[in-house]
Design a protein around this ligand. Sequence first.
Ligand SMILES: Nc1nc2c(ncn2[C@@H]2O[C@H](COP(=O)(O)OP(=O)(O)OP(=O)(O)O)[C@@H](O)[C@H]2O)c(=O)[nH]1
Ligand SMILES: [Mg+2]
Length: 305
Amino acid sequence: MQQQAEAAAPAAVRPVGMVAIIGRPNVGKSTLVNALVGERVSITSRKPQTTRDRVLGVRTDDDAQYIFVDTPGFQRRHRTALNRRMNATVTSALVDVDAVVLVIAASGWTESDEEMLPLLPPESANVILAINKSDLLAEREQLLPLMADSMPRYPFRGIVPVSAERSRQLDDLLKEIRPLLPDGLLLFDAEQYTDRSVRFLAAESVREKAYRLLGDELPYGIAVTIDRWDESRATPQIAATLIVERDAHRPIVIGKDGVKLREISRLARGDIEQMLGKPVFLEVWVRVRRGWSDDARALKSLGYE
Ligand SMILES: Nc1nc2c(ncn2[C@@H]2O[C@H](COP(=O)(O)OP(=O)(O)OP(=O)(O)O)[C@@H](O)[C@H]2O)c(=O)[nH]1
Ligand SMILES: [Mg+2]
């Protein structure tokens, strides 16, 4: 009986599985996950170390469901408790996944990219190399020596140049991944695209705007908490706090006459309104919590378990 039911709905069983996206900071992992999912599930910026948490992005096609695991950029500098936790997030994301996509940039292998290799399973047929930012190359021919240089470094199952920013050659990447996923029932509803709550995405949106607007003056240790989330009114009321590590960082985030903070808040509000599909009231405060990024208790209270 059960077989008959399955035969009547062939799409119910299809390749379904987890795909870890790993790489050094700033290679475009989160941009790639967002492009593959078609929604902004993970924040991005031109600053390294933007992603701090494991975030799932789900893409459901008629012929497969891909659950991408976006991870923080792995790196060995800055040994704070936060960094150690971010690196641990990367290594744990490699456990129990069906496929791994190692992302490098088309500008070529760097020492930080090489540091990724020991994290990969020594012998595995499920690691794909994605060469991102291929749009930055003047000539596509420049990819050939890079691909040749990549081959002896690890037994990659496939090497695929992509441009996450321009959504180019993503199908080629999906085609490499699909055969690695086991047949199964959907793990997420077809319309669900992340495991994260709107509240988490809202906090991340505030952090993203700070990263983007503060550019090079950005103090590294910024965290965001949501202190109020009241959807009982027609216009949801949300209060968030931007936490900085030092007194000197406060005026940087606030800006002259509060201009920066207002802009951060305005842009984040736009994202949240899009998520909720209605206007919201968002206020963003700034608070100093000294040395939080190297303080295990503070990390825990900020949700970085
Ligand atoms: N030109 C170009 N830029 C890209 C591409 N993909 C990502 N970027 C840019 O690279 C920067 C870093 O992108 P992210 O997606 O935040 O990188 P990440 O690897 O997630 O970074 P961390 O979370 O810090 O590890 C951003 O400024 C992106 O816009 C691409 O295909 N082409
Ligand atoms: Mg990222």
